[in-house]
Structure formats: C-alpha cells, structure tokens
Design a protein around this ligand. Structure first.
Ligand code: CAP
Ligand code: MG
Length: 425
C-alpha cells in the first residue's frame, strides 16, 4: 500500500510544492483521506490499488502530503521533479491542476499557489523585458505608465480605430491597446488596422518627441499569431497582446520562444480568468496563474484594480503583484509559498477595468508607480471625448504625484474638471 501522507517529510530543492485549500465531501471519512486521493490522482495513482504500480515506481515518484492545517483546510503536497516534463507547462498543470478538481471525495478544491523548483525554473526564459526593460523602452521613470483600450471594443473600422489612438496619444497617454475581442474582423482587418495605427503612432511620436506604444491583439491559432507578430514587427511595432487563457499555455510557450529574437514586449490579457479564479473555494487563484505567466515570459499582466469594476480583493491583488515583481518570495501558510525566481525577470502589473481619472490618487496610493493604469470608458467616456479624456488622466496623475487634491487641480485644468463633473457623483 503506497502512503501519500508523510507529515515528517521535509521538501528538498527537487520538489515542486503545491498549496491547496480543500473542502472534503461529507461522505469522505477524513481530510487525510482526501489528501491521499489528491496526491494519488495528481501523480501516479488512481481510485483503487493497481498491480502495475511497483514499489520502485512508488518510491521514486510518489508525492508527499507534508503539511495539513485542518483549521483552515489547507494542505501542502511535495511532488518530485521527475513527475514532470520541466519545460512543458501544460503537462505540469494536467497533473497538479487536472482531474483532481472533479473528484467526488471533495466538495471544493482551490489551488492556492505553486512553488517551482530550480530544475523547472531553469527551463524558462521568463519575461524578455521585465519592469526595467519596459520603463527604459518607454523612457518613463517616476510615474505609472498610462494607457487606454480603444472603445467600443469592436465596431470601428481601421481608420476610425487609428484616429482614436491618435487622440489618446496626443492627449498624453503612453499606450493604446486593442480590446480582448478585437482581432481580424470583417469591418476591421488586422493588417490594415496595424498599418493605419502605427502610421499615426509614428506621426505623434515625431510631433511630440515622446515614446508611444500600440498593443495589437494577435490572439488566434499559433501559426496565425506568428504571422501577425511578424507583420507588427516589420512595421516597427514593439508590442503584441495575447489573450493568455483562450490561446492556452502551450501556445504561450510557443509565442514566447518565437518572439525571443524579435525584441517584442508581450502584454497578457487574462480574459476568462474569473471562470476559475473567482470562486474563493474552488479553482485556481489569480496569484498562482500570475506566477505561471511570469514563468512563461509575459512582460505585462492584468492583475486587478481593487477599486474598479472587476472582482479582486485588496489582499489578492497586492499579493499577486508581489509574487510577479519580487525576486524572492517569503511564503506564509495561507496565501503564498516561498519562491526563488532566480534569473526570471519581474512582470509588470496592469490595473484596468472601470477606472476613471477619479481613481488615480487611490491607485497610486495602494498600487504604487511600478504599474500600468488603463482607462477605457474612463478615457473615451469623457464628456469632451478621447483627447480630453487622455488629458484628464494625465492631469490626475500630475496632481497625485505632487500631492495636490485632484478637485483642487481641476480648478485650473478644464479636462480634469469636466471629468469630475461626469464621474464624481
Ligand atoms: C477595461 C477592459 C479590460 C478589463 C479586463 C474591458 O475597459 O478593456 O478588458 O480591464 O479586466 O474590456 O473591460 P474599461 P481585468 O476601462 O472600459 O473598463 O483587467 O480585470 O482582467
Ligand atoms: Mg477589454
């Protein structure tokens, strides 16, 4: 009989460790029993003893549940590295985040965090640029990077799209991006949109002397994403955006490798994440997902605003930003594990969703300056349009960095005043 429970076990540097929150099913005898089932199903075992599982295989590969906090229903399992194909994230997740979510012995299962061992970390490049690389590229030091998402999400034609981008850049924003559902549409063709928009970008850069960024959404099947990235690159684009979950983990690995010698920044949009990150009792935390994305090489990642329209508590967002920006993580027994990120650069967090200039003081206060703040409706919804919306966002940041109340600053800045008139209800 293989024993998957070993509370005396001390993990070593060859172990991948997973922290789970477990709610056992009423018909299951104990938390220890559930731990055994989770460890079995996520590694070498199944629902019954099998004759084909030799003592040697068990000795080499069986994982150990080495920590059980029955009060908080939190467990930690150590998996030896030989259970995994180190450079194959899909395989790793099929094991530790696969069948186990569907087992009847548990009512809920939440994967809280994964600690990756040296042998796995070494197989990944991580972000090409990281926070410093992006700040250098945009020549921005002591303030958050400011961006907008073209709205409406879809519907504009190529020229209309480019014109909106031009206004946002001229209004002072650094970045303009496609929305998560804008790719190659009958009314807005990818190549024509990129051509029109990068031409406007070049013009605004020339006139303003400021660095301006366009993040086109290349989300599609992998071969098409490669072609679209090439098209952007050949036209002088430095960024691509990918809907990380809908393209999938293996596609992301492929794209990161493909873009490695093209010097392109990868912006990761997390559309669909809430399908498995939102339920606090079941699924996978955004923190764990964010760590996977840092390892896979995403330079920028949406992680939440705390104060905007999307779900995500202050603790979740701050912890998530911590594990993707720091080089060494000191774990606790509740929300995160120790992690040494070795050569893996930090990923720049993105706060986006339901933000307007009014949110800026709080955003800077809670999340700091090493951030990207994005405003869709909060820019294009300005009473006087996109250009004024962009100006108002910039003015709110200027005021906040100088510790001036935005209401006070608005007295001498019409765009900000108009924004307050609309949104300060
Ligand atoms: C924001 C946005 C982003 C969300 C994604 C939207 O627009 O473009 O996709 O921020 O959420 O479509 O909602 P608004 P998250 O600024 O107009 O809200 O960042 O939480 O992944
Ligand atoms: Mg969007």
């Amino acid at each position: 009989m293989v024993d998957y429970l070993d509370l005396d076990y001390t993990p070593n540097e060859k172990d991948l460790i997973v922290m789970y929150n477990v709610e056992k099913a009423p018909n299951c005898e104990s938390l220890e029993k559930v731990c055994e089932e989770i460890a079995k199903e996520s590694s070498i075992g199944t629902w019954t003893e099998i004759k084909t599982l030799s003592a040697d295989i068990a000795a080499r590969l069986k994982p150990s549940t080495f920590y059980i906090d029955s009060e908080n229903q939190i467990i930690k399992i150590a998996y030896t590295e030989d259970l995994f194909e180190a450079d194959n994230m899909s395989q790793i997740l099929s094991a530790i985040a696969g069948n186990i979510f569907g087992m009847k012995v548990l009512t809920n299962l939440r994967l809280i965090d994964i600690s990756f061992p040296k042998k796995i970390i070494e197989k990944y490049k991580g972000p090409k640029f990281g926070i410093e690389g992006i700040k250098n590229l945009l020549n921005i030091e002591n303030r958050p990077i400011l961006g907008t998402i073209v709205k409406p999400k879809v519907g504009l034609n190529e020229k209309q799209h480019a014109a909106v981008c031009k206004q946002a850049w001229e209004g002072g924003l650094d970045i303009v991006k496609d929305d998560e559902n804008l790719t190659n549409m009958v009314f807005n063709k990818f190549e024509k949109r990129i051509t029109e928009t990068l031409r406007e970008r070049d013009q605004v850069e020339h006139n303003s002397g400021e660095k301006k960024i366009y993040m086109p959404n290349i989300t599609a099947k992998v071969s098409t994403m490669k072609k679209r990235a090439d098209f952007v690159h050949d036209l002088g684009g430095e960024y691509v955006m990918v809907d990380i979950l809908t393209v999938g983990f293996s596609a992301l690995q492929e794209i990161r490798d493909y873009l490695d010698n093209k010097d392109m920044v990868i912006h990761a949009h997390r559309a669909m994440h809430a399908a498995f990150t939102r339920n606090e009792k079941h699924g996978i935390t955004m923190l764990a997902l964010a760590k996977i994305m840092r390892l896979l090489g995403m330079d920028q990642l949406h992680t939440g605003t705390i104060i905007g329209k999307m779900e995500g508590t202050r603790q979740e967002v701050i912890d998530t930003n911590k594990v993707i920006t720091l080089s060494h993580i000191k774990g606790n027994n509740l929300t995160m594990l120790d992690q040494d990120w070795k050569h893996i650069k930090p990923t720049l967090p993105v706060a986006s969703g339901g933000l307007s200039p009014l949110h800026v003081p709080q955003l800077i206060d809670i999340l700091g300056n090493n951030m990207i703040f994005q405003f869709g409706g909060g820019c294009h919804g300005h009473p006087d349009g996109t250009y004024s919306g962009a100006k108002a966002i910039h003015q709110a940041v200027e005021a906040s960095l100088d510790n001036i109340e935005i209401a006070e600053y608005a007295k001498s800045h019409i765009e900000l005043r108009r924004a307050l008139e609309k949104w300060d209800k």
